[in-house]
Design a protein around this ligand. Sequence first.
Ligand code: ATP
Length: 306
Amino acid sequence: MSENIVLLEQVNKNYQQLAALQNIDLKLAAGEVLGLFGHNGAGKTTMMKLILGIIKAGSGKVSVFGVDPQNKKAWSSRKKIGYLPENVSFYDQLTGFEVLTYFARLKSADKKQVAALLDQVGLSFAENRPVRTYSKGMRQRLGLAQAFLGDPKLLLLDEPTVGLDPIATQEFYASVDQLRSNGASIILCSHILPGVEQHIDRAMILSGGKSVAAGTLSTLRDIAQLPVSIKTQGINEKLLDNKKLAAFMVAPNLLHVPESEKIDVIRELMSFKKLTDLQVETPTLAQIYHYFLENKKAGTTQEKAL
Ligand code: ATP
């Protein structure tokens, strides 16, 4: 059996004249979490649908659990996949408990999981209420419980945190970490970038159906060469007097320093007795995302390993 849970090789997908995906390569191993990012219409949902076997690639190779999802043999591996679609909708007249029981039957999952999952997503209090009375966030929580059914080995989550309050978002990421440590592979699409980075192993940024960046965040940080921000307090005059440090100053008490110089600069800053505070900020996922989408050279940065 292939060690890659998902493998895409030079995948293309057109909708009539529109190239929705072009030459996409991806290898996702067991226990790996991929963050898939891109503007509206970039091709994220199309990629998920190809992996699920809902649509067929125009060309290239798609393999999930070692089988082409279009092949009849893929039926047996479907039960190992959890999917949260972009727009969750349920039979509104059923209760949350009934909805999840229905999906458990479809997935041949243990019905005992239903109550446990409703508890995990914080919906036990409303499990006997019809879904039509649920708020947007409650529907999203039910959608997540549905995706988590059956101990999935591959999870495809399209905008999982949309509509979730901050605590539910935190709990969602705790579930992602738990699933990952249990060996599940996860592909996570999100427009909400803050808070995602510590939960993903790799990122792929799509633009107009093309992968403009792919790799670990530290690889992408290296390629983008975005500076580290260092905020100081109490030594603005000293910074101005120091030729080397002054060259990194972009505003009073604020330096933008290349990653490679960070430690040297911090050492030098620490030598000032008048230094009262120091804050170091590495480039965020949002900054990395903007860099690759705005930078014309970005098309050449695809990491071969992914
Ligand atoms: P969003 O962030 O808005 O959800 P996305 O990255 O998921 O966007 P996709 O839904 O994959 O984007 O769409 C990629 C492109 O393919 C878009 O230009 C979209 O209009 C087009 N597209 C998607 N589905 C179809 C379809 N069934 N028929 C024709 N074009 C489609």
